[in-house]
Design a protein around this ligand. Structure first.
Ligand code: TMP
Ligand code: ASP
Length: 236
C-alpha cells in the first residue's frame, strides 16, 4: 500500500492517506503532551512501543469478538488501519479510583471501585474535552442510542479481556480511554490506540506507575516504564 499525503497531525500520531480510499496509515511519534497540550515533551522510543502494543492488544480484542480498525503493522512506527470517522467521544473505563475520578469525588487514588465505571468526554480540544452525559450526546447528535449502547458494551468487554490479560503479567489495569470510529458501512469499531499513553498501568506488587502519569506528574522514568510494559507483554 502506498503512503500518499498527510491527512492530519495529532499530538501523538500522524495520519496519512493511501492509494486505497478505505485505508489510512498511522505513524506514531515520540511526542508526548498532557493537560490538553499545555505540557509538551518527548518520550524516546514511545512511538514504537505504542504502535506495537496497540496492535498486539487490538489483535487480542479482535479474537475476542471486538471489531477494531487494525489491519496490518508495516514498520516499527507505522500501521495500516481502516478509514473511519471518529465518534467524538472519549470513553473512559475505570476499575480503581485515580486521576480526575479521585479529584472529582474525593476518593483516594488506589481505592478499588465496587464495579467498573464508564464515562464519556466530548472530544473537543477547544473545550478541553468536557465530561458529557448520554442525554447530551443524543441532544448534540454525537451518536445514536444504539451506538452509545454498543460502545458501552464493547468498552466493558475490552475491560474484562484486558484486565485479565494484564493481570497475568503482573499489571493492574487501573483505567483507560478508548475511541471508536464508524466505517463506511456504518459499523462501530474500536479505533485510536491502546497504550501507556491511554491507560493507567500499575505493577501489582509494588503499585509502581508504568504509564504516562510518570510524564504528567514529572516523576521521570517514563522510557523505562513504557519499555517494561512492552517487555512483559512480549513475554521476555
Ligand atoms: P483521567 O483520570 O485524567 O480522567 O484519565 C482517565 C484515563 O484516560 C487514564 O487512563 C488516562 C486516559 N486519558 C487519555 O487517554 N487522554 C486524555 O486526554 C485524558 C485526560 C486521559
Ligand atoms: N493527551 C492529552 C493531552 O495532550 C492529555 C493526557 O493524556 O493527559 O492533552
Amino acid at each position: 500500500m502506498q503512503k500518499l499525503s498527510m491527512l492530519y497531525e495529532g499530538k501523538a500520531k500522524k495520519v496519512f492517506t493511501t492509494d486505497d480510499k478505505n485505508f489510512l496509515i498511522v505513524d506514531y511519534k515520540d511526542d508526548a503532551t498532557a493537560f490538553n497540550g499545555k505540557k509538551k515533551g518527548t518520550i524516546a522510543g514511545k512511538g514504537e512501543v505504542n504502535n506495537r502494543m496497540s496492535n498486539m492488544l487490538m489483535s487480542i480484542l479482535e479474537k475476542e469478538g471486538i471489531p477494531t480498525h487494525f489491519v496490518k503493522e508495516i514498520s516499527p512506527r507505522e500501521t495500516v488501519v481502516k478509514k473511519v470517522s471518529i465518534v467524538p467521544l472519549e470513553v473512559i473505563v475505570r476499575n480503581i479510583a485515580a486521576g480526575s475520578f479521585s479529584k472529582r469525588y474525593g476518593v483516594a487514588e488506589g481505592t478499588p471501585l465496587k464495579q467498573p465505571s464508564i464515562e464519556f468526554s466530548y472530544k473537543n480540544d477547544d473545550l478541553g474535552d468536557p465530561l458529557i452525559n448520554e442525554y447530551h450526546i443524543l441532544a448534540l447528535g454525537l451518536a445514536t442510542r444504539q451506538e452509545i449502547d454498543l460502545i458501552t458494551e464493547y468498552a466493558f468487554k475490552v475491560n474484562e479481556v484486558l484486565k485479565a490479560y494484564f493481570l497475568k503479567i503482573g499489571i493492574e489495569l487501573v483505567d483507560f480511554k478508548l475511541e471508536f470510529g464508524k466505517t463506511g458501512d456504518g459499523a462501530i469499531v474500536l479505533a485510536d490506540e491502546i497504550s501507556p499513553d491511554t491507560c493507567r498501568f500499575w505493577d501489582v506488587q509494588t503499585h509502581e506507575k508504568l504509564d504516562k502519569d510518570r510524564f504528567r506528574r514529572d516523576m521521570g522514568g517514563e522510557v523505562e516504564a513504557y519499555n517494561e510494559v512492552m517487555r512483559r507483554l512480549s513475554g521476555k
